[in-house]
Design a protein around this ligand. Structure first.
Ligand code: FAD
Length: 399
């Protein structure tokens, strides 16, 4: 193979490019990214960058010298606009077409927006800097969506002295992801810090001075942040023949079509460890999947390896460190196995069918949940992992 194109110059795309070189690929390697910046890290955007704790110089994923050493044909500030898998070319926004023998799609996701003008979103460095500039002590911030991103931004804005209102359509924030009881504990932190949390409210539009709810009430704010989920960046693949459905649909090797792989937030692949298709918006997964896709692209067909990770994510909110391994969505049962929910220091584990599928900890050292990660990776049954009577507070059904 002499020509490989990677589209998307962020965590997954960069990991793929580095892996290709590490594995000995020495042909042309084109990395296309529509942002003007060299690859940078996103998790700090809603944490250290928004709070002003870090300057932007800490964000790049690699120093320039390391990028140089990859000998890339680097096309930054340029979007891919089309793909032809028959001709094996990627079309770019400047009208050029780049031929490939191997392609890795790593175009990530973008924030969902609401009707109306003037709201912030938080996905890029530019988004984070624009919001940071507006968060002054006493200013009123309305955050739409109390998922992990909205919760982190609310916590930072509170620390900066803003008056924060957090609006969430679900009765319990994050219940669909972590279960109602854990969701309740996480959202209690907002109330404890004086952030106004309103659940069961649907925002229909952004207005000049706030947001309008479904019942026409206006919630006033100086700044609005919409943190209401995201959409995979797949429009440029329309008509390409790739299967797109909430992400680029791939097999267990992350292959979407012959010679075309996908990785990171945009990829929906079959994870054989959990026996299901998933799309994961987590930083660690993006890098690991970029590496896996690159290795499989270079490998002989029989030498390819299924991508079967135990997904990991973390979130920092107020003084809480939340960590989770596994696939918690759609779980059937949650059990508390260590600590105390009310004290905000605990480990909860998740069952799906007969299997242990996830673990989430708050305020625990990383090593406290590593054994659970291993048990998930080993496909341990629930009964073996969580013997009856071993839980701290019985088991509960998910919401
Ligand atoms: C504010 C914030 C906080 C986060 N915090 C955490 C956290 O605490 N823990 C955690 O696990 N995860 C966190 N995440 C998620 C994590 O950052 C993502 O999972 C990760 O960035 C995904 O990497 P990616 O390379 O797949 O996609 P992205 O980082 O989205 O990168 C895709 C790149 O492709 C570009 N692109 C899109 N379309 C095109 C096109 N047509 N042509 C060229 N380029 C294109 C995009 O502009 C972007 O630069 C956070 C994300 C955000 C935004």
């Amino acid at each position: 193979m002499r020509r490989i194109v990677v589209v998307g110059a962020s965590a997954a795309g960069l990991a793929a490019a580095e892996t290709l070189r590490r594995e000995g690929y020495d042909g042309t390697l084109t990395l296309v990214g529509d942002e003007p910046h060299a690859p940078y890290d996103r998790p700090p955007l809603s944490k250290q960058i928004l709070s002003g704790e870090w300057g932007t110089q800490r964000l790049p994923l690699r120093p320039f010298a390391d990028l140089d050493a990859l000998d890339l044909d680097l096309r930054l500030g340029l979007a891919a606009t089309g793909l032809d898998v028959t001709d094996r070319t990627v079309r770019l926004a400047d009208g050029s077409a780049v031929p490939y023998e191997g392609l890795i799609v790593a175009t990530g996701v973008r924030p969902r927006r609401l009707p109306g003008e003037g709201a912030h979103v938080l996905r890029t460095l530019d988004d984070a800097l624009a919001l940071r500039d507006r968060l002054k002590p006493g200013s009123r911030l309305v955050v739409v969506g109390a998922g992990f991103l909205g919760a982190e931004a609310a916590a930072v804005a509170w620390r900066l002295g803003c008056e924060v209102t957090l609006l969430e359509p679900a009765p319990v924030p994050l219940a669909h992801a972590v279960g109602a009881e854990v969701g309740r504990v996480l959202s209690q932190a907002h109330l404890d810090h004086g952030v106004k949390l309103r659940t069961g409210v649907t925002v229909t539009e952004v207005t000049e001075d706030g947001v309008r709810l479904a019942d026409s009430e206006v919630v006033y704010g100086d700044e609005i942040l919409v943190a209401a989920g995201s959409l995979p960046n797949t429009e440029w693949l329309a008509g390409s023949g790739l299967t797109v459905g909430d992400g680029v649909v791939c097999d267990q090797y992350c292959e979407a079509a012959q010679g075309v792989y996908a990785a990171g937030d945009v990829a929906r692949w079959h994870n054989p460890l959990f026996g299901t298709a998933m799309r994961v918006e987590h930083r660690t997964n993006a890098a690991e999947q970029g590496m896996a896709a690159a290795r499989n692209l270079l490998a002989a067909p029989e030498a390819r390896k299924p991508f079967a990770p135990v997904p990991y994510f973390w979130s920092d909110q107020y003084d809480m460190k939340i960590q989770a391994y596994g696939y918690l969505r759609g779980h059937d049962e949650v059990a508390l196995v260590d600590g105390d929910l009310a004290a905000g220091r605990f480990i909860a584990v998740y069952r799906n069918g007969e299997k242990l599928v996830g673990v989430l900890s708050v305020g625990m050292p990383p090593k406290a949940i590593r054994a659970w990660r291993q048990a998930i990776a080993a496909g341990t049954s629930w009964d073996e992992a969580v013997p009856a009577g071993k839980t701290s507070a019985g088991t509960t059904r998910a919401a």
